[in-house]
Structure formats: C-alpha cells, structure tokens
Design a protein around this ligand. Structure first.
Ligand code: PLP
Length: 386
C-alpha cells in the first residue's frame, strides 16, 4: 500500500519510476526465512525477477542464496555479495563462457538441462582440473496451470531433461569423472496459484528420485524451483504470499530421504508486491465509445500485460472523485501497450499520479528502450523525504 505521505512525496519526482517499499520487502523476506527455518528449507532467490542493487542487498542480508540463469547473473550475484557456494545456475543454453565463469567462481551447483550440456560441463571442468557440482534439472511433465509463456514443465517446453533421456544420463555419468552429481532439480512454471500443482510436482519428483535410486544414484539435495504466485487482483489483501502453505504442501508431498536438504528458488513471490510503477496521466482523450487515459509509463517499462496478457491493479493516487471507466494505455506505438480495458478508476485528469501495483517482479529487469524511451529509475521508500 502506498501511504498518503508517500504519494505526496511522489509529486516532486519525474515519472515514470519504480517505487520500492523496502519495509514490505524486508517483512516478506523475514516471513520467508522464518517459514524456511521452520521446515529446514534453503532459499535461493531468482535474480531474474528483480536485480536492482538495493533489492539484492536486502535479499543477501536476509541470508538467501542466489539462483541465476546466465553468466551475467552469476557475475552480478558475486558482485552483490552472495557467497559463491550459495549460488546456483540453471539455463537451457549455457554457453562455454558462462559455464567457465560458473566453474571458475566455484559456485554451489550447476543445474544441467540436457545430456549434451552434461558432456560439455564435464569437459570444461576437466580442463580446469576441477570437479563440477551439478544437479539434474528434470522436466516432469506437470501442467502448471499458468500462462503458456511461463509454463516450463511440459514435454513441449525446452526446459530440463525428460524421462526419455534418464537412462542415457545414468549410462553417461561413469564416463564423466569431472562431474559430481549432488542434486535433483525441477521448476515447472511461474505465477502458480494452485497448491495441487506443487503437490503433483513433488510427488513426480519423488518418483523420479526413486527411479534414480534404483540405478544406484543418490542426491544430497532436492530443489523444487520457484513459481509461487502472488495476488495481482488485490495486492493489499495479500501483500506477503503464503509461504507457509507452499512449504506445507512441499513437506506433505515430497519424499525426502535421510540427510537430504530441500531447496526452493522464489523469485516473484519475494519481490512482486513491494514494487509499484508510478506514472502520470499525460492526456485524457475522448474516443467515440470510450475514454482513454494515456500514461507516461508504457510496455517498455513493464512488459507483462503486453507479453502475458497479465493484469495489474491500478490506483489513482491523486483523485478521490467517483470512479469512471477508461482504457488505460501507454505512449508506445503498439496497440498491445495497454494497461487495462474499460477499467473503473477514480476520475483521471492530466497530471494525476497513478500507481500500477505488484510491479516488483519481472518489471524493471524486463525493461527495454523501444521507441528510444529512457529507463524508469528506481526510487526506494527509505529515500523519500517525508
Ligand atoms: C524463473 C525461475 C525461478 C523463479 O520463478 P518465480 O516464478 O519467479 O518464483 C526459479 N527457478 C528457475 C530455474 C527459474 O528459471
């Protein structure tokens, strides 16, 4: 929630900008860590959700590790203070350069996503005279019931090693002396709001583990990936996601073997609700059958609506007038640059400040400069002069 004083302080700031409520981020991290400690789980934060320096600093300080999907993210995690052994790296297309970066930094674990990748990692590690700690990222064939662009656990998705290749992995491992297999990893999608999806994933991972056990292969850790969704419709009702329900579902459904550690990789659930994209109304324009509220924030700043048909809760911070209906749109030259159709919101006027809520994950990290637009900067709650 944005307070009245915060909204007043926004008046002096050029728009659009990302506003981060650092108190909410810290509360969210504290709740995550309290629940993680209760269940004995270890969290690695997925940097791709939000990689702003102050956000990473808070997450590192809270004691989480880092989950990376590129060499650039590994470099940033190291620079941000995460210990190398607390960094894991996934990605279907890791280049030799990226693998070398990860190996040379001695990161905790490389989550490998194919048989050819296992061979390359083995060769590169052997060349460096090291053992590569790896996990197998498996594709369990579980439908995440989320938008198709953020589903990753179906056979048609490019991610992970499918059951068709498990035997090949088992046959290959004895020929890869530079690999140390330590984990079994899965991540079936993002913005998952149905607990049964996690339950099915856990049971499926249990079956996969059992199959490998039958082949004489044991894992030190099981990594459940991320995916916990947030409430985009009504963020105020649920500012901190239900980590307890998530972990309870995992603990009830995941067959953990003695001595095994469980890892999770939250991204969105840690940062989405603490971020707001703040924008000004540039024009209110009367169309033939509708009114347009044209904002100075566009799809280049936050691409989720244009890319995933996502919707965000929007609030007029400047007006307490009765609600009117608008197509709320951005300035970018694309018809998909639309925040909401026929949306009821307190009557808008030129210059009003609007907040697009739940913008702290997959917002700033996905920004682009299409139309040669300047990037929206980050503004932190603790820096506001109030
Ligand atoms: C993106 C990603 C995550 C984080 O997903 P969220 O839905 O943001 O929690 C975790 N693990 C891997 C491997 C990812 O690619």
């Amino acid at each position: 929630m944005i307070t009245k004083q915060q909204a007043e302080a926004f008046g002096a700031i050029g728009t659009p900008f990302y506003f981060y409520d650092m108190d909410l981020l810290r509360r969210t991290l504290a709740e995550f860590q309290a629940q993680a400690r209760h269940y004995g789980y270890r969290g690695h934060y997925a940097l791709k959700a939000n990689a702003e320096p102050r956000i990473l600093e808070a997450i590192c300080e809270a004691g989480l590790g880092a989950d990376c999907v590129s060499g650039g993210e590994v470099a940033l995690a190291l620079k941000s203070g995460f210990a190398p052994e607390d960094i894991v790296m996934a990605g279907v297309g890791k280049t030799d350069r990226e693998i070398l970066t990860a190996l040379e930094a001695r990161i905790g674990c490389l989550n490998c996503e194919s048989v050819p990748e296992l061979k390359v990692v083995n060769d590169l590690a052997a060349g460096l005279g090291l053992k590569a700690r790896i996990a197998l990222r498996v594709n369990p064939g579980v439908d995440a019931h989320t938008h198709s662009y953020i589903s990753t656990g179906l056979t048609e998705n490019k991610f992970g090693i499918g059951p068709n290749a498990f035997q090949e992995v088992v046959d290959l491992l004895p020929h890869c002396p530079a690999l140390e297999l330590i984990g079994l990893h899965v991540h079936v999608g993002s913005q998952i709001t149905e607990m049964p999806v996690f339950a099915r994933t856990c049971r499926k991972l249990g079956e996969i583990q059992l199959w490998f056990h039958g082949q004489g292969i044991e894992f030190q850790h099981l990594d459940l990936g991320g995916g916990l969704g947030v409430n985009y419709q009504d963020p105020e009702a649920e500012p901190v996601p239900d980590f307890k329900a998530w972990f309870e579902t995992i603990s009830r459904n995941l067959p953990v073997r003695p001595g095994q550690v469980v890892h999770v990789e939250p991204g969105r659930s840690l940062t989405a609700q603490c971020g707001h994209l703040v924008s000004r109304v540039t024009y209110v324009k009367a169309g033939r059958d509708r009114q347009f509220a044209i904002l100075d924030a566009g799809m280049n700043d936050l691409i989720r609506p244009a890319l995933y048909q996502a919707s965000h809760s929007i609030e007029n911070l400047s007006s307490e007038e009765p609600a009117a209906s608008y197509d709320i749109v951005g300035p970018v030259c694309e018809s998909s640059d639309c925040w909401a159709h026929q949306h009821k919101i307190a009557a808008c006027h030129r210059g009003d400040l609007l907040a697009i809520h739940s913008a702290g994950a997959y917002g700033q990290t996905m920004a682009m400069h299409y139309n040669q637009r300047e990037p929206a900067p980050a503004v932190y709650s603790e820096d506001l002069k109030i």
